[in-house]
Structures are given as C-alpha cells and as structure tokens.
Design a protein. Structure first.
Length: 81
C-alpha cells in the first residue's frame, strides 16, 4: 500500500505546478519530482536504521520503513514546490 501511495504522490506534487507550458514550469515540476523521490527514500532509511541500531528492540522493521516513507512524503508535500 505504501508504494501505491508513493506513486500517487507523483501525480499530486508535480501536478501542483498546474502547467508545463514553459521551460521554467517544466524544470520546476522536475525538481518537485526529484524532491518527492529523495525525501521518502531518506526518511524511510533513517527510520529503518534507527529501528535496527538504536531503538530497542533492535529489529529490521519493514513496517517502520514504510511509515518512514509516508512521513517523508507528508513532510515534503508543502515545501517541495
């Protein structure tokens, strides 16, 4: 389910530019898509690492990884464009 939401976020965040008629608007939509990729990647890996190495019980937690991805998507939505 997390990856379906992540895929849908690409329609929402870059689509929020509302146009791609000019080169500047297309560039902005591209930057927004890159930010929409990097933020959940980093957030998911940070949560995965914290659950594996820092927070007891130290587990490889896929559920925590998915929650980190969703947190990264939510946190980048307002500031990505």
């Amino acid at each position: 389910g997390t990856f379906f939401l992540w895929f849908g976020w690409y329609g929402f965040n870059p689509g929020s530019t509302l146009e791609m008629h000019t080169m500047a608007a297309a560039y902005k939509a591209g930057i927004v898509a890159v930010n929409t990729t990097l933020s959940p990647c980093v957030a998911g890996l940070v949560v995965f690492f914290l659950r594996a190495k820092v927070v007891p019980p130290r587990l490889l937690d896929v559920g925590g990884f998915c929650n980190g991805i969703l947190a990264g998507l939510v946190s980048i939505t307002a500031g990505c464009g």
